[in-house]
Design a binder for this molecule. Structure first.
Ligand code: 5RP
Length: 230
C-alpha cells in the first residue's frame, strides 16, 4: 500500500463524520486534497455541505470538484475542519505549514467546533520538532524578526538553523497572505506550548505552525489499519 493510498484511507475515514448541512473547513496539502476529492464525489451525488478553503490551491481544487464555498465572513462557526499535518504528538499538538498555508489553516481550525487531522502514521512523533517549524513573517524587518525568533528560541532552551523558504522561482516563497516563511530547524521542541506563546509575542511574526490544543482527533492510516486518536 503506497503512502498516497494511506492518505486517501485517512481522508475517507474522516468523511464518515460529515453530515448533510454541515459547514466544513477544507485543509491544504496532499492528504487534505484526497478529502476534497472524496467530498466532491459525495456532493455530486447529492450531499449538501458548504466549505471554507484554507488556501487558494484548495479553493481551486474544491471548485473543480463542485463543492460550494463560502467565507468566514458569511458563516460564524464551522462544524468540522479536516486537514493534514506535518507532525502530530500524543497530545494532538501539531506542526503544520509544510505547504505554506498555516495562517488560514489556523484561522479556519480555530473557527471550527472540531478539527480532524488526517495523515499516514509516519506523521506521529513522540516530540514535535523533527519537521522544520514554519513561521510566517512580514517581509519588512526580516533581520530583526529573525533575531527576535532566535532570542525566543533561546529563552525556551532551544536553538537551530532558520532558513527563509524559497519558492520555485528561487525567490522567497510568498504565502496566500503575501508573507514569507522562515523554517526553523529545531530537531526537538521539548515545550511546544511555551515556544508557541513566545513566538506569538514577536511583532514581525504573523503566525507559526504550532497548533496547540486545536485538533480534536486524528485519523492515522497505516498498513495495519486505521487508528483514531482523541
Ligand atoms: C499545509 C499543511 C499540510 O497539512 C501539511 O504540510 C501536510 O501536508 P501533506 O498532507 O501533503 O503531508 O500544513 O500548510
Amino acid at each position: 500500500m503506497s503512502p498516497d493510498d494511506l492518505k486517501r484511507q485517512a481522508a475517507a475515514t474522516a468523511l464518515e463524520q460529515v453530515r448533510d448541512g454541515m459547514k466544513l473547513g477544507l485543509g491544504t496539502g496532499s492528504t487534505a486534497k484526497h478529502f476534497v476529492e472524496l467530498l466532491g464525489a459525495k456532493v455530486r451525488a447529492g450531499l449538501n455541505v458548504i466549505g471554507v478553503p484554507t488556501s487558494e490551491v484548495t479553493r481551486a481544487d474544491a471548485e473543480r470538484c463542485g463543492i460550494p464555498l463560502t467565507t468566514l465572513d458569511e458563516v460564524d462557526r464551522l462544524d468540522i475542519t479536516v486537514d493534514g499535518a506535518d507532525e502530530i504528538d500524543g497530545a494532538l499538538n501539531l506542526v503544520k505549514g509544510g505547504g505554506g498555508a498555516l495562517l488560514r489553516e489556523k484561522i479556519v481550525a480555530a473557527a471550527s467546533d472540531r478539527m480532524i487531522v488526517i495523515a499516514d502514521d509516519s506523521k506521529l512523533v513522540e516530540t514535535l520538532g523533527r519537521f522544520p517549524l514554519p513561521i510566517e513573517i512580514i517581509p519588512f524587518g526580516l533581520a530583526a524578526t529573525r533575531h527576535a525568533i532566535e532570542q525566543a528560541m533561546a529563552s525556551c532552551g532551544i536553538s537551530g538553523e532558520l532558513k527563509l523558504r524559497s519558492g520555485k522561482d528561487g525567490h522567497a516563497f510568498v504565502t496566500d497572505g503575501g508573507h514569507w516563511i522562515i523554517d526553523a530547524h529545531l530537531g526537538r521542541i521539548p515545550d511546544a506550548t511555551r515556544l508557541a506563546a513566545t513566538l506569538s509575542f514577536i511583532p514581525g511574526v504573523v503566525e507559526h505552525g504550532l497548533f496547540i490544543g486545536l485538533a480534536s482527533s486524528a485519523v492515522l492510516a497505516s498498513p495495519q489499519g486505521i487508528r483514531i486518536m482523541e
